[in-house]
Design a protein around this ligand. Sequence first.
Ligand code: E4P
Length: 218
Amino acid sequence: MKFFIDTADLNQIKEAQALGVLDGVTTNPSLMAKEGVTGKKNILNHYQSICSIVDGDVSAEVIGTTFDQMIQEGEELAALHPQIVVKIPMIKEGIKAIKYFTDKGIKTNCTLVFSCGQALLAAKAGATYVSPFIGRLDDVSTDGLVLIDEIRKVYDNYGFETQILAASVRHTMHVVNCAKIGADVMTGPLSAIEGLLKHPLTDNGLKKFLEDAKKMQV
Ligand code: E4P
């Protein structure tokens, strides 16, 4: 299972990278705006900075909603760095754009996916990643994990190579449950990854070992 961090905060990305288990980064316009990144030049520079910190795929989202806009933006983003994955919304023009980039060998991430049918369409278009937003489904009283399970089943039925990127992960149990179901990737905050570390028995056990170690003559 790949771990992506869902942020445009360079310090958070550096911290996650330093942990040694980071496989990539996802961003979106809201996350970029949160970091105060404005203007085309700064936005492109920011993506390049992210690519210089991590080794894996970095999703950069298009803003345009017509086919032509998405192609123009996506090509510009993809040309920035080999690690860039063009993130495209699940709309009709987006599906056409995903097919276009797939045929050109450019990686894509189909975003804003909330149903199994949408995920099927993204796979048919050849998306590299599909991003079902599990946290946002949970927010509206719908179990996001059920969607991950459904998509896994459908993709396995036909051997689709599109990777299930569980997005909008909010906490550690999302990560664990996505791993149980078989999501290929999860993207979430650093806290969701670091939460995997925690267990009181580990802390108590280490405390005792260190106390006892003082009794040893080393
Ligand atoms: C996916 O790639 C999105 O950037 C993200 O996971 C959305 O998460 P949120 O619902 O916490 O905003």
